[in-house]
Design a protein around this ligand. Structure first.
Ligand SMILES: Cc1cc2nc3c(=O)[nH]c(=O)nc-3n(C[C@H](O)[C@H](O)[C@H](O)COP(=O)(O)O)c2cc1C
Length: 259
């Protein structure tokens, strides 16, 4: 699982703790050459656990320990399946989720897909009308056609299961133009994010694909006129390392009181 990316002497002074607060990096701290503890530097916190028991739960912070010891820096990523069967909390899911586009051929169980769909539909929706529908695709030929509709994005085909999320323009009709042009898309978007977070929490990878030809997708899936495809979400067991993409600094995007 781990890959050594750096070695060196380390002590837990503040200087040494200056790392990207979004980075999830683990260090194995060695006392007299033996691996004694595994510290997870996560979200600016030091989390410590015995090496045999890797978890992301915040445990005690052993700063008082003089950890002037030889260390290895290990990339551990934030893959949910590294978490030894423990449930992740919501912050861990939000921070840990990244788009995954390379999948193992291993099948994804129906029960996980069904639960992902249930979680998706627990998202808020305008007037609780739940103006969203889901098309679950496992058939290789259909996935290939969807890949073509998605301008050749091959992970749409290689993922064991693909879910196409549609806005339902009929179910949202009560809200008129605003419902058709906005609410049903928001209903779908909220559902997609819930789904992505749930899948991550179960160790699965997924990516939100928005670049596709709507007409072709509609044809491939036989969607009725009142269903507008909003996203294609390929899902599978990750075969690539989670890679955290940088976000804009908050001061660039947050406006207080007025823009
Ligand atoms: C509306 C929308 C459309 C997207 N369309 C695509 C797409 O067509 N293909 C793709 O590979 N990723 C697509 N993405 C995924 C983004 O590239 C990805 O979320 C972004 O780079 C941030 O990376 P992260 O998801 O790993 O945090 C889309 C995401 C959103 C929200």
């Amino acid at each position: 699982m781990q890959q050594t990316v750096q070695r060196g002497r380390f002590d837990l002074s503040d200087d040494c703790l200056s790392f990207d607060p979004c980075a999830h990096v683990a260090l194995v701290v060695q006392f007299d050459g033996a691996v004694d503890f595994l510290c997870l530097l996560s979200r600016g916190k030091v989390e410590m656990e015995t090496a045999s028991h890797l978890r992301f739960r915040p445990l005690c912070c052993h700063r008082s320990h003089t950890l002037r010891a030889q260390t290895k820096y290990l990339e551990v990523g934030v893959d949910a399946h590294d978490v030894a069967g423990e449930k992740l909390d919501i912050e861990e899911c939000i921070e840990g989720r990244t788009s995954i586009r390379v999948f193992k051929p291993d099948p994804v169980e129906d029960s996980i897909v069904d639960e992902a769909l249930r979680m998706a539909n627990l998202a808020p929706s305008a007037g609780n009308l739940q103006a969203r529908d889901f098309v679950v695709v496992r058939n290789a030929h259909t996935k290939k056609l969807l890949m073509e509709a998605a301008y050749g994005q091959d992970f749409v085909w290689t993922a064991p299961v693909v879910i196409v999320i549609c806005a339902n323009l009929e179910r949202i009709r009560h809200y008129g133009d605003r419902g058709r042009n906005l609410y049903c898309l928001q209903d779908a978007a909220a559902a997609i994010e819930n789904m992505l977070l749930y899948l991550f929490s179960r160790g699965l990878g997924a990516v939100w694909v928005g670049a596709f030809d709507e007409r072709k997708t509609t044809e491939v899936l036989g969607l009725p006129d009142h269903a507008r495809p909003v996203a294609i979400v390929p899902i599978g067991h990750p075969a690539e390392k989670a890679f955290r993409r940088r976000r804009l600094p908050m001061e660039h995007i947050v406006h207080r009181e007025r823009w």
